[in-house]
Design a protein around this ligand. Sequence first.
Ligand code: ME8
Length: 659
Amino acid sequence: MIQEKKFYVTTPIYYVNDIPHIGHAYTTIAADILARYNRLQGKDVFFLTGTDEHGQKVEKAAKEKGKTPQEHADAMVENFRELWGKLNISNDAFIRTTDTPHIKTVQGLMQFLWDKGEIEKRSYSGWYCTPDERFWTGKDLVEGKCPDCGRPVDQIHEENYFFLMSKYQDRLVRHIEDNPDFLLPETRRNEVLGFLRNNTLGDLCISRPKSRLAWGVPLPFDENFVTYVWFDALVNYFSATRYLAPEAGNAKLGDFWWPADHHLVGKDILTTHAVYWSTMLMALNLPLPGNIFAHGWWTVDGKKMSKSVGNVVDPNAMADQYGVDAFRYFLFREVPFGLDGDFSEDALVRRINTDLANDLGNLLSRFLSMDEKYFDGTIEALVSLSPGLREFAAQCGSANAAAHDRHNWSHLRFNSILDSVWEIVREANNYIARTEPWKLAKKDEGELKRVMFGLWNALRLTALSLYPFMPATSENIWRQIGLRALVEEVQQNRSGAGARIFEWNWIPAYAIKTAKGAQLFPRIEKAEKDEGKAEKKEQKKEMAKMTEPGTRELIGIEDFAKVELKVGKVISAERVEKSAKLIKLKVDTGEERQIVAGIGKSYDPEYLVGKKIIVVANLKPAKLMGIESQGMLLAATGEDGVCSILALDRDVDQGARIK
Ligand code: ME8
């Protein structure tokens, strides 16, 4: 039974053999939006994400690096944790499939299925796609290759354990038919139904002989086998409720949280969730999740992201360059959740300049300037509405209702929710144009007060609705319009008269005093962006040249001599606002210069002051987040992403040339 009071949302657990990219960020931010929204609505929320750490790929990647799989996983998992910190992800727990309680749960459930006769040992022959970790039958293959990814497959003969999935086919079809929201979006639901109605479901191979794969969960009833990726990974959603979920009342933990309300996944893993996981749950006598939502795929300039093409979008870089909230907003405004989308920095900049800087940022700053000028930053809450204000209140009210519409939220229609919020913003800008407050200031103070109150309310509702998408920006707006702290304020106002906080007629119990802060979203000028982009492209090309085997060019000493390396002494250092990575340094290299360096995640500015560093002194100046950098400091980055600046072995005066 899905309970009204609790909300449990999950992301896929990501493979640790890769570093996170925009696709991983996308699903995780979507789950964060849902978690934040439901917390604001007063529900008990459990938001789970994590990493998938067993399997052949991890074993292989670790071996290549001369590490044990556990060491490899321990290092790689930090990339995900750090990214979620940076992107303001509010997950309540982070599960790793190498956690002992998870392994124990997997084994317990397997034993239960084995005892119940739901698992059988069979000899098997099939085709295996190593990158996807999936078996295929001969007739599944497309031109002899994996039907999913098109890569070559290996033929395998061995004994294995099978979960008897086929017997649940009819029950699964009925469940999907009876629960229209179980699989979303509808197009994907129809695909799965079509597949199940027209094909005979096979049984699912859930083991690997230990001789071929050691890095898995040992089967409790046969020590010569481990269970591999899917049986182990899917169970995470359930096992987490047994040891990672927040305490909730007196209920037994797992029984309170299970089943999940939403499993968010990309369309690539819909079958494994809709078919494997659902039938596993049926066999385990456990309830099925309320919804599995398969979102679309991000491509870049129309192409699939791939390391070899070099077009993988790094969410760290996007957040550093454009700000976390702008990046979060873009992903969910640009493309309806469920459809495929194409990522481009041009489109992102366009959204920042139009929606965020122009529509929203200007509205806030115009309102605050006027309120400051005419009423010294105060807002009088008005009960009597003039016809003009009544009309505006009605427009905002209906857009606001759409932004909180239950159906929109339960169907994850994020972009229509954002459209509704922007309707409030648009109406507010029109209201200013229509009422011309600067004219009212000269002739009708009463109406001017109403206009200010109306705009204040519109901004307040906007901040509330935007909170799940852009939490930091919403808090910022909330404070600038004279309120205390958004989340706490909502929590305190859940009952009685305060419960109207999500509607038009709400005012705080204290006097409102607005305070204009820094611009929310400065416009990004094209030249500045292109400069950054061209430079990045150039750097990427150079890096590629250096690292591609066979194409590495050797340079002569005269080439090296062109680079002017100097000893510099750090005079001052401070973080660049809104960037986790960038630090602005004043450095004495014989002359004083400003350098912006991406070392903020590894160093505190205070540590750097007084240090002697190595600087490329004759580099063309470049702008990073709008700040000029006159040169570059040298640093090395370890595999763990932590960097180390180059320093001298003994003290040498600043300005000395390095040759
Ligand atoms: O599949 N566009 O992990 P994974 C949108 N460990 N989303 C994308 C994307 C793209 N281009 N690329 C990846 C696994 N994703 C398993 C899951 S769950 C029990 C086990 C997102 O690291 C999307 O959510 O390959 C996709 O489903 C997921 O990353 C795959 O992550």
